[in-house]
Design a protein around this ligand. Structure first.
Ligand code: ADP
Ligand code: MG
Length: 339
């Protein structure tokens, strides 16, 4: 049994403009002890998936499907049962976590409060636990007495990660954990998360727009585009032999955090407005390899010979397309044609 299993999840927001189909039938799993990356550009539905898993969606949203954590469906679970799973089972490092700390309370006290809110324990032992957690994320214990404004962005992010680990969760969901930090600090935070993963055997669901981040930290990756999964594969085959043009585009568009410098080319255009219904592949308008069928019919998810799952009509031509996608001109020409 997977730790977290998402099956055919659909989430729609009601808005004045109409329904936003933010998540449109996605499925993926996180196995115990495994790190999984959920990647895609801004606006593809990633945070909506996260909020759906933790039942943090606003009232204007409705969802369908199954989100099973250790075999229990979180979407239908009673509130009191859900509260037991939050923090102890699944902990969240929310998007813009650095702003989530209370500015007027010492950081150590915030961690102590979080622990005591979820576990009957003395202040003294909660304080000891906070010190342990600080050590774990690479912060000096003395700093527990400081206020958030005395912390740099990277230190605040570490503190929020420490807080997420406070009740020893099995799964940490980290939504854009390094966005907004400079590259050097990003790298330090990622190393810290990797070490935590090894030491505590905690699974991490990394949610990020930056494909470079998941390359070394995750064993399995789900690439999300326009509310659907475009490609789903183990990290190695995904990076060595991607099977979706969107994955190829992302690789060309982002520098790797630790990798060598290479020529960067952005994918032309931007993700679609999810209020508008489209019949074909959501990526077709931006895809240099799209054919007529791509604009007409949504591609099914198929398993490839390397075990990747990809939803692309041209999956059989990918050996050739991969070569073309490696050339900057393939993407720049597409952009020029769109003007
Ligand atoms: N509360 C909301 N009401 C209406 N639409 C929303 C709301 N939150 C997000 N959306 C829309 O849902 C889509 C997916 O957003 P989000 O899940 O935040 O994507 P990501 O995290 O990948 O950037 C976007 O089109 C966004 O505008
Ligand atoms: Mg987001």
């Amino acid at each position: 049994m997977a730790l977290l299993e998402i099956s055919n999840l659909q989430v729609r927001y009601k808005t004045k403009r109409g329904q936003v189909r933010a998540v449109d039938g996605i499925s993926f799993q996180v196995e115990e002890g495994q790190n999984v990356g959920l990647i895609g550009e801004s606006g593809c539905g990633k945070t909506t998936v996260v909020k759906s898993v933790l039942r943090l969606l606003p009232r204007t949203a409705e969802n369908e499907g199954i989100v099973s954590f250790e075999g229990r469906d979180l979407l239908t679970l009673e509130r009191s049962e859900l509260d037991k799973i939050r923090w102890k089972g699944i902990a969240l490092v929310p998007q813009s976590a650095m702003n989530a700390l209370n500015p007027v309370i010492r950081i150590g006290d915030q961690i102590v409060e979080a622990i005591q809110a979820h576990e009957p324990t003395t202040r003294k032992s909660a304080r000891e636990r906070a010190a342990e957690l600080f050590e774990l994320v690479g912060l000096d214990e003395q700093r527990l007495n400081e206020h958030p404004h005395q912390f740099s962005g990277g230190m605040k992010q570490r503190a929020v990660i420490a807080m997420a680990l406070a009740l020893d969760p099995k799964l940490v969901i980290a939504d854009e954990p390094t966005t907004g930090l400079d590259v050097l600090v990003q790298d330090q935070i990622l190393r810290q998360i990797e070490e935590i993963h090894r030491r505590l055997n905690v699974s991490v669901l990394f949610v990020t727009h930056d494909i470079g981040i998941v390359a070394e930290t995750c064993q399995r990756i789900a690439v999300m585009y326009a509310g659907k999964i475009a490609e789903y594969a183990d990290a190695r085959p995904l990076f060595e032999r991607p099977y979706h043009p969107y994955t190829l585009g992302l690789m060309k568009a982002y520098p790797s955090v630790r990798g060598s410098k290479r020529e960067l080319v952005s994918i032309p255009g931007s993700p679609p407005d999810l209020v508008v219904r489209f019949s074909g592949c959501g990526f077709a308008p931006r895809c240099p390899f799209a054919r007529d069928i791509c604009h007409q019919e949504a591609p099914e998810m198929v398993e490839t010979e390397s075990g990747n799952w990809a939803a692309c009509h041209r999956v059989g031509d990918m050996d050739q397309l991969r070569k073309e996608a490696g050339k900057a001109v393939t993407w720049t020409q597409m952009a020029a044609n769109q003007l």
